[in-house]
Design a binder for this molecule. Sequence first.
Ligand code: GTP
Length: 337
Amino acid sequence: MSQKTPAPPPADAHLEAMLARALGKPAAADAADAPEAPHPEVAEADKRCGYVAIVGKPNVGKSTLLNALVGQKVSITSRKAQTTRHRITGIRTEGASQFIFVDTPGFQTRHGNALNRSLNKTVLGAVTDVDLILFVVEAGRFNLADAKVLSLLPASAPVILLANKLDEVHRRGDLAPWLRSMQERHAFAEFVPMSAKAPKDIQRLFGICEKYLPQQPWIHDAEELTDRSERFMAAEMVREKLFRLTGDELPYTSTVIIDRFEEEGQLRRIAATIVVEREGHKGMVIGDKGEKLKRIGTEARMELEKLWGGKVFLELWVKVRSGWADDDARVRSFGYE
Ligand SMILES: Nc1nc2c(ncn2[C@@H]2O[C@H](COP(=O)(O)OP(=O)(O)OP(=O)(O)O)[C@@H](O)[C@H]2O)c(=O)[nH]1
């Protein structure tokens, strides 16, 4: 008796189509996917607007993705895991669609201290009431930390599996079986292998996400990029330079507080304190003859001047606040929800 090859189940066919579309990328399909150039006269009835959450374990590229999507640096990035602590929204209006992106802290599974409990609560808060979730993983990889984030996602919103860092995958053939195993873990709405560092992939992603936004008026002005205050952006920028310039030596529990923020015409005067946990960490931040602290200040100031288009005077201090990451009240007083 001859055996007929059974037709692939619909889910599998769907999967293959997604993979072909994602990897094959015929030029015509790409062009069709790309949103139109911004147009000032979009009819109200055509407008779309919605919330997109970006979630994933630390270091998978969420901040890089958000900055590329917004087209401006609104979230800090670093090689050090867990540089993102706050929920940050970035806004991008493309054609008729307004995307409001929510960045979330990497999900920390190793430590159970007060800071991490607060971070995990923020992850949950960020994914409630969104229209779309971008679950970011490294293409071809999935471990316990990824599984933990995935298990927290609500069933209320469609989830796109965004397989980032595709440029680091050398054997593309391995992706199909990996994808199949991923599809068994969750009913993903779509699968998008890409690189957050490739502008054409970012453009394609807009086209893919657009249809998930509800048809409704825009919530923000078309030019708005973030709803975060300048004060907050200043602290974030200092924190990014702090982690970049101290490398792996400094624990992630170090933080930045803005003590003073004054505007005098086009000039912004800012005083900020870098809070470290131990006396020994203070030296790492200050460096030889204050060299490191000076560089942190200069680099943060230059980025802020670029962001705001005006002069910035930035004064930095370093203080030791031992054990703050283990103290609930203090975590709250530093502004973590
Ligand atoms: N090769 C490659 N590297 C990437 C890509 N996207 C991000 N990275 C790098 O991955 C590292 C982590 O990126 P982030 O954007 O800070 O990651 P994150 O997920 O926001 O990290 P947390 O703040 O710890 O949650 C950085 O060194 C990025 O430059 C990519 O598409 N390809």
